[in-house]
Design a protein around this ligand. Sequence first.
Ligand SMILES: Nc1ncnc2c1ncn2[C@@H]1O[C@H](COP(=O)(O)OP(=O)(O)OP(=O)(O)O)[C@@H](O)[C@H]1O
Ligand SMILES: [Mg+2]
Length: 449
Amino acid sequence: MEHANILIVEDEDVQRSLLEDLLRKEGFGAAGAGNGADALQIFKEQPIDIVLLDFKLPDTDGLTLLKQFKGMNPEAEIIMITAYGSIENAVDALKSGASEYLTKPIDLEDLLFKIKKIEEKRHLVHENKVLKEVLQGRLKTANFIYTSDKMNEVVSLIVRIAKTDSTCVIEGESGVGKELVVDLIHELSERKDQPLVKVNCAAIPDNLLESELFGYEKGAFTGAFQRKVGKFELANKGTLFLDEIGDMPLLLQSKLLRVIQAREVERLGGLHPIRIDVRIITATNRNLEEEVKKSTFRDDLYYRLNVVTIRVPPLQERREDIPVFMNFFLKRYNDRHRKIIKGFTNEARDILIKNDYPGNVRQLENIIERAVVLTRGEYISKEDLPFFSAADQAPAGGGIKDVVESMEKKMILEALIKADWVQTKAASAIDISERMLRYKIKKYGIKTN
Ligand SMILES: Nc1ncnc2c1ncn2[C@@H]1O[C@H](COP(=O)(O)OP(=O)(O)OP(=O)(O)O)[C@@H](O)[C@H]1O
Ligand SMILES: [Mg+2]
């Protein structure tokens, strides 16, 4: 957003041009008027954001003019200048819509301070407008929903930083929506028509991660039959999302740091560095600051990546979002599974609203999807919820371990069925590693063929 345009209405010529010069030097647009008629003319013709308005004018008085300005543009910010000691004038001015007042002789520092304060407010108003537009239009495609104040804060931070190129770290528990935040930042950025490339550092074995990121030339090592273009290059001009950055091995961390600093990558076995222009966004459900303290994460890389931290709060801290999510996911899975479930029984709704979700939004989403798939009624009822269906009841005489295990077995079985027995898919659906899934399948004697 550009610096404000300021109109100075003051009949003393010397004083007026002094102020004009000062404000221009500070980067503002400045225009001057020596009387009310000129002032009105300029106000009509130019995009004036702020008016510095003297109380005493040759052809009118400041208060009258103030009301005229406000009548034409209620968003205009007016700073009244009153003679020393005329506090009633100041009060009148504030009542009539002035934002600030100053007394003569003008303390220039104070004036600049007040203007900057007004600027900050203007920027905020501007952001909120953008935010509204985002919510009404854009977010329909991004499907990013919330109603809580906490998420509202997160979103306004996103709007503020999206258009800059600053690197950011998205922190938050598993399933809070970190990846969606990344989508949103990209979508709102100037890079939106360029690629958004995602790499999950935890999902790729350490020895492959390097070539995944930086690529290699044909013949760079045994088995490199073909050139591979790295993710950095693929993301050129766009955004590179490094998920689970906390899991990146130390050695690679230093290489990453070098790439970021030099703004160029070199393919393994490559002869020339390649210039790249990417915005890097990272996410983690670890506390990176802690990792830095434990020396498992390089501090220099951390500072480099962490220009802005966006902390996505757990669902527990914004429970107002739960009902909104319930309806949203009901609709999503109705559509996806061609169902026409009308809603929740009061009992089921109540249970869902009061339930705790350590797995955050993802867990709530899974519960709703499962209920949509399973229910035979028009409404999702208590019996369709995992914690209450008969099969999930504790085995007679069982302790907590048995309960957990029987639930786990059931979840795994369901995930496998839903994934058509494709283990990679099932594992990621319930957020465990494939290796862990194979182990559990064996443990519970689940037949897979
Ligand atoms: N604000 C939201 N609006 C709509 N859907 C959401 C929102 N937040 C989370 N979700 C949904 O919850 C699920 C988990 O979100 P996401 O993958 O972004 O979480 P995450 O924080 O990246 O989790 P992890 O740490 O496990 O990678 C997704 O299916 C996502 O669509
Ligand atoms: Mg994620």
